[in-house]
Design a protein around this ligand. Structure first.
Ligand SMILES: [Zn+2]
Length: 152
């Protein structure tokens, strides 16, 4: 394993400071508003935009309970929108697909609650800094990406 022991070290390795432009995916607030701000300050990173992709809990639950994953190559399928060509088997490596134990409705709803509590503070902070852009995540992937890329 690597000798990365802290989130701060991992952050430094993942995002070299000389990189002029990059996209940081999934800031969840789990690390806290203050820690993230300190890290951005330490590495002299100025966020230009933060996209908050809003998806209603009902949609998230619907997507999660339909999800199947391949333990061979980690491909993700949806029983309704993106089913595998052959039922129960991965299109890419043939491994049997399974449902994640934590994708049941109750767990997904609890996970969503934890997310909203953790992310609320940092989202407000980005809103106050006037860099927050709200995106409608209930639309198709193409439309969501179209909305985001119009700001890039
Ligand atoms: Zn696979």
């Amino acid at each position: 394993m690597s000798n990365i022991h802290t989130f701060e070290q991992a952050f430094a390795v993942s995002f070299p400071v000389e990189a002029a432009e990059w996209v940081l995916d999934r800031i969840s607030g789990l690390y806290g508003d203050e820690l993230l701000k300190k890290l951005f300050q330490k590495f002299d990173i100025k966020l230009k935009k933060v996209f908050n992709i809003n998806v209603a809990d009902e949609v998230i639950v619907g997507r999660a309970v339909q999800r199947m994953v391949c333990s061979g190559c980690f491909s993700v399928y949806n029983k309704i929108t993106t089913p595998p060509k052959k039922e129960g088997a991965c299109d890419f490596c043939g491994t049997s697909l399974s449902v994640r134990a934590d994708d049941d409705e109750e767990t997904v709803r609890n996970r969503s609650k934890v997310y909203h509590n953790a992310a609320g503070v940092i989202i407000s902070s980005f809103r106050n800094d006037k860099i927050l852009v709200e995106i409608d995540g209930s639309l198709s992937d193409d439309k969501v990406w179209g909305s985001i890329s119009s700001y890039l």
